[in-house]
Design a protein around this ligand. Structure first.
Ligand SMILES: [Zn+2]
Length: 245
């Protein structure tokens, strides 16, 4: 019998396996590395009696996000906050052009709109202010965060637009000011509808991923119970053990 290790980067599909291989998923061993990534070690037995150890990276949070999206337009604010993944240092809005691409994709901006460096900085400021604002765990939000949102909101005017069946808050400014105005209108509407308090950031300080709390009593604390929840519970347990000697 031979054995060799094979590290595969995703994406990787079963179709790429050698024709003669059979996968024994019973032998999978997930090893969680960070909030986002787990390694799945799979033993593959081939007809030549060779066992390959395959290591696959899986995006845990990506898998679980499907069960925790915010309803309606509020998902846009969730997605906006999650354009930055603090643990992996990934930032989908890292440059003005990447920011423009994201905003155009979600119909917040017209493709021909240009973005200045100052506007780029403002958008990133607003994103982090939203992240701080979504810390719905009883502590007062830092005054600087509210001041930032108030300042930018003052530059993004909204009007009530009447339709035959309903009315809605809509931005009047073009470009980035209008795009941010749209997000502010969504935040305000969610507050009125009672969904805003359920959009939270993970309590794990190194994670801070935005998720929608679907629990009956609004007691959700973590983006993923399996990762951030277990990790913090284990840490609290170790601290209690250390305190009691
Ligand atoms: Zn988390």
């Amino acid at each position: 019998m031979c054995q060799r290790a094979l590290d595969l980067a995703i994406p990787w599909t079963l179709a790429e396996l050698p024709q003669t291989a059979a996968i024994t998923f019973k032998n999978t061993t997930p090893v969680i590395l960070t909030c986002q990534v787990a390694l799945m070690v799979i033993k593959i037995k081939t007809t030549s009696d060779c066992v390959m150890m395959v290591t696959m990276a899986m995006n845990l949070r990506g898998l679980e996000l499907g069960s925790k999206p915010a309803p309606g337009d509020l998902a846009l604010i969730q997605g906006f906050v999650n354009t930055a993944d603090l643990e992996s240092d990934r930032d989908d809005l890292v440059t003005p052009s990447s920011l423009q691409a994201w905003f155009v994709r979600y119909n917040l901006l017209k493709p021909e709109a240009s973005i200045s460096d100052a506007e780029h900085r403002t958008v990133l400021e607003v994103r982090e202010a939203f992240r701080a604002l979504l810390d719905h765990y009883g502590q007062a939000v830092n005054g600087g965060v509210l001041a930032t949102l108030q300042r930018v909101s003052g530059q993004s005017p909204l009007v009530v637009v009447f339709h035959s069946a309903a009315s809605a808050l809509e931005p009047t400014a073009p470009g980035i000011a209008g795009a941010l105005g749209r997000l502010f209108a969504i935040a305000y509407t969610a507050t009125v509808e009672g969904t805003w308090q359920r959009l939270k950031v993970c309590q794990n300080e190194t994670c801070r991923w935005a998720f929608y709390d679907h629990s009956k009593n609004r007691s959700g604390n973590w983006c993923t119970m399996a990762v951030c929840g277990s990790r913090l519970k284990a840490r609290a347990y170790r601290q209690r053990r250390a305190a009691t000697g």
